[in-house]
Design a protein around this ligand. Structure first.
Ligand code: ADP
Ligand code: MG
Length: 688
């Protein structure tokens, strides 16, 4: 860091904690609030709760022991008096606050034991001529060991010595009516007292607009650059030989929808390129993403490359394993199964097959990217329900491809696998544009034909008996039903208990029905057995915890009861409801709820009742919860925005997107400098 010579190592360490590594970073360390030391309030006008600055003479000072040492002083001006109280103090402060001294004190006034008081005000000795501050005093986010005063000094100094050139071309500044960079920075550090503090606080002031715009622009630039940079990295070019892919299409019992064909084409083109694909496949629940993944896998396999297909839960991974085994058996391809719960011996066997290249398709949970798994020649990594995975996990899988593939090392560059991520949690457009700008996105925008939309009913818990009857009559006509047990404060134990109880109650009430139970605490062989017998129709009702939330596909199931639906989030409700409506029969989803409903629960249930389109639901979810919660902190890029807010600054974001493209095209130097100013230390976040 090019800091002043006198900055101590301890200070540097503290600054680093605040993300300040270069002196220029100090400029972007902006105040969280301000103190007004530009005027003096007569003591008798100060109201409890108000933060003011007063000035007067110390008329009394003493150190009391009640029970701890405290320093109490009385400060008097021509209008009245108040007390200054200190619980921790140094001898130097006692001296500063001696009787007769003229003191300027700033702090919050409150009603105390003796009358009006300030606790730990900021004090200094003044005389008649000491000028008032001319601008608001900044209060910075800081860390233990680094005082406000020290930080203020460092920043004020940086503002004086650093020249921060204007990077935004005049053209855009005029177009968007944004003030200059350095003048905005100066203003935000030291605003004039007459600026409406509200506009600083809610960041609507033009200076804030400029800084937020710059931040968003830098983010957009970085994602675009990352996107471009990908075209310089190397991956195996997997040509569509139509050997296996066509063979699979021939034996499928259905034809691909137009949307499925379109997205497979997009993926297929990407795979043919010698650069890594990083594509997100979005498609609503039930839109048929699995077959698209299977085709992509076959394209890699046709080229003798390995494929890893990873799913977030064992149930879903297992289901993929069974389905793909079934689809691919006629082609002579047998996937290998790998999950954490495999016996040691079986795991070793699976790992051996993966390492030797004997198997070309590995399906499993995140066990697939644990250290002991080494791929012989990984060409494609597919991650299903990617929103359930953390960035770290995806990175780990990504790193897999870089091992053991001597054949593809070209110079210093090592080939990396293509990546296909799939998600049924549709991301609203604005979010997708800002957080996934470094990914390519394919969307399946239609459901396979022959689906009848699911009917949703909201039923109060008091009518539970009727719902039981409903389950029974559905089963008697040959249908199958899920009964999903509530989330209980995220407690697995309680969730399990409620599942056990419901299972018992249903079994006792309907001895004539075959009722199964599946939950997260079961061992995996048991889970698989239960799922298989539900799928085969041997079980008529499946009582389940939310382990069945994602991916589970049993087309004959047409009744879904969600118990205590008021406790679940919108995405979860939509996913669960998506487990039915997969066959031709009319499906019904009953949302059992318990009163009283909170405002939020009521709104959620209303949204889920009125909407069936996952994208529409996600848009409304965004409005309800904000993007942070929707995407989860696990998503990359989130921590990156310090000042702008994706939701309230949507307009700025849209401008930033347009300007980013123009800047890269017409002002590459400015684009580079933008990245240097804003992203330099933080570019790691992008390497997903
Ligand atoms: P999701 O996108 O939620 O992962 P799946 O891939 O599980 O959806 O597909 C849902 C169901 O639709 C599966 O039973 C699948 O076999 C079936 N399916 C997929 N594509 C088609 C199609 N084009 N025509 C008819 N059924 C299809
Ligand atoms: Mg799926």
């Amino acid at each position: 860091m090019t800091a002043p010579a006198k900055t101590s190592a301890a200070t540097l360490a503290n600054l680093a904690k605040l993300g300040i590594r270069h002196r220029a970073d100090l400029l972007l360390h902006l105040p969280i609030r301000y103190e007004d030391e530009t005027r003096l309030a007569p003591i008798d006008t100060a109201e409890p709760g108000e933060t003011v600055q007063v000035e007067g003479i110390i008329t009394h000072a003493e150190v009391l022991f009640k029970p701890r040492r405290i320093l109490v002083c009385r400060l008097q001006d021509s209008s009245g008096e108040l007390y200054l109280r200190f619980l921790n103090f140094y001898p130097s402060q006692i001296k500063l606050l001696s009787v007769g001294n003229r003191i300027r004190a700033a702090g919050e006034v409150r009603m105390g034991y003796y009358g009006l008081e300030m606790v730990h005000p900021k004090c200094r000795v003044v005389n008649d001529e000491t000028p008032l501050q001319t601008c608001l005093t900044p209060v910075y986010p800081t860390t233990a060991g680094l005082s406000q005063t020290a930080l203020r000094k460092l920043i004020a100094n940086a503002l004086e010595v650093i020249t921060a050139p204007e990077l935004l071309p005049e053209k855009f500044r005029t177009q968007l009516q944004l003030p200059g960079f350095i003048e905005s920075i100066r203003l935000l550090h030291h605003p004039d007292a007459d600026i409406a503090e509200g506009s600083l606080h809610d960041r609507s002031h033009p200076a804030w607009q400029r800084i937020k715009f710059d931040e968003l622009l830098a983010q957009q630039l970085s994602m675009r650059v990352h996107h471009r940079e990908r075209s310089q990295r190397i991956s195996p070019a997997l040509t569509l030989k139509k050997h296996y892919t066509d063979a699979l299409l021939k034996i499928l019992p259905f034809a691909l929808t137009r949307a499925q064909q379109k997205v497979f084409l997009e993926i297929s083109h990407d795979l043919e390129k010698p650069h890594p694909m990083q594509r997100l496949l979005l498609g609503d629940v039930g839109s048929g993403k699995t077959i698209v993944a299977a085709l992509a896998a076959l394209q890699a396999i046709e080229n003798d490359y390995q494929v890893a297909l990873m799913a977030p839960t064992e149930i879903l991974a297992e289901q993929h394993y069974l389905k793909l085994s079934d689809w691919l058996a006629p082609l002579g391809i047998a996937p290998v199964w790998l999950s954490g719960s495999l016996k040691k011996k079986d795991k070793r066997l699976a790992c051996d097959k993966i390492a030797s290249g004997e198997t070309l398709l590995a399906i499993g949970t995140h066990a697939l990217f644990q250290e002991q798994v080494t791929f012989h020649k990984l060409g494609l990594a597919i991650v299903d329900e990617q929103h359930k995975f953390g960035v770290q996990q995806r990175l780990a899988l990504h790193a897999k491809g870089k091992t053991n593939d001597a054949g593809l090392k070209s110079g210093l560059q090592v080939a990396e696998p293509h990546q296909l991520m799939m998600s049924a949690t549709p991301i609203p457009r604005t979010l997708a544009m800002s957080y996934y700008a470094d990914l390519d996105v394919s969307v399946i925008d239609e459901l396979p034909p022959g689906r009848t939309p699911v009917i949703t009913k909201l039923i109060s818990d008091t009518r539970r008996g009727e719902v039981f009857e409903r389950v029974r009559s559905a089963c008697l006509t040959g249908q199958q039903a899920y009964w999903v047990c509530p989330l209980i404060d995220e407690s697995e134990v309680l969730q399990l208990q409620s599942a056990l109880e419901t299972h018992q109650l249903l079994t006792e009430t309907f001895p004539e029905l075959r009722i199964g139970l599946v939950h997260g605490k079961m061992d995996s062989a048991e889970k698989v057995r239960v799922m298989a017998s539900f799928k085969a129709g041997e079980l008529q009702v499946l009582v389940a915890t939310t382990v069945i939330e994602v991916g589970v596909d049993v087309p004959n199931a047409s009744l879904m009861v969600i118990d205590h639906s008021e406790r679940m989030g919108l995405a979860q409700l939509h996913q669960l409801r998506g487990r039915v409506g997969r066959g031709a029969t009319q499906s019904l989803c009953i949302l059992l709820y318990q009163k009283p409903l909170s405002e939020l629960s009521r709104t959620r249930l209303k949204i889920i009742f009125e909407n069936t389109d996952g994208f529409a639901i996600a848009e409304q979810d965004l409005q309800l919860r904000g993007p942070g919660e929707l995407l989860g902190a696990r998503q990359s890029g989130m921590a990156m925005l310090r000042f702008a807010d994706i939701e309230t600054d949507e307009d700025l974001l849209n401008h930033a997107r347009i300007v980013a493209d123009e800047l890269l095209r017409d002002y590459p130097e400015a684009a580079r400098n933008y990245l240097r100013r804003w992203i330099a230390n933080k570019h790691d976040y992008l390497h997903v």
